[in-house]
Design a protein around this ligand. Structure first.
Ligand code: FMN
Length: 173
């Protein structure tokens, strides 16, 4: 977390909060709380009930099997407030970018200490449900979930495709 807090942030703020979730009860509560919301979203999308059960159960199992979670949250603490929606959204976007940098620092440091980690998306789709499942303060809004454990020696990392520089890079002017 100290490495995470070396990340750049707007206005030299530190709008990040981190929650370590390493008990079966808390892991289950978070996975279950987010699952309730995902289930509702999938049913609203028109996904068949049996398929929804499969998806939500598989996600629950994947999450709770991890030895620990680190949940990266955002707060408005230290951020600017604007009277208009456009700038409010941009301010929150800056905070989110900085949380991404903080989480990357955390994962790199975990790797350096011999741990394995995997970033999963779930809480960004349901920050309030994730917050309430963990009984966090009302202003702590979970946005990043990092699963942490010991590396599986049998795991073979994904080979990343070559970077198509001509497609993704342009020189302006
Ligand atoms: C913001 C974010 C959300 C992600 N969400 C998921 C997810 O929900 N489920 C998943 O399997 N991988 C997710 N990933 C991808 C994994 O973190 C990871 O990159 C992927 O499993 C490939 O592993 P590798 O990076 O070790 O090759 C997400 C990555 C990011 C940055």
């Amino acid at each position: 977390m100290e490495a995470a807090c070396l990340a750049p942030a707007p206005h030299h703020s530190r709008p990040w909060r981190f929650v370590v979730v390493d008990t079966d009860d808390a892991k289950g509560a978070l996975a279950q709380g987010m699952g309730v919301r995902w289930r509702r979203d999938l049913l609203t999308d028109g996904v068949a009930a049996e398929r929804v059960d499969e998806l939500v159960d598989a996600s629950y199992q994947k999450l709770v099997r991890a030895p620990a979670f680190v949940v990266g949250c955002l707060t408005w603490n230290g951020l600017d407030r604007y009277p208009d929606e456009r700038r409010q959204r941009a301010e929150w976007g800056m905070a989110l970018l900085s949380l991404g940098a903080a989480v990357e620092n955390l994962m790199l440091t975990a790797t350096d200490r011999g741990l394995a980690s995997c970033w999963v998306a779930a809480p960004i789709f349901c920050p309030e449900e994730a917050r309430d499942a963990l009984s966090l303060p009302v202003e702590w809004l979970p946005h990043a979930l990092v699963l942490v454990g010991l590396p599986d020696p049998a795991y073979v990392g994904r080979t990343r495709p070559p970077v198509p520089l001509d497609e993704i890079r342009r020189f302006a002017g």
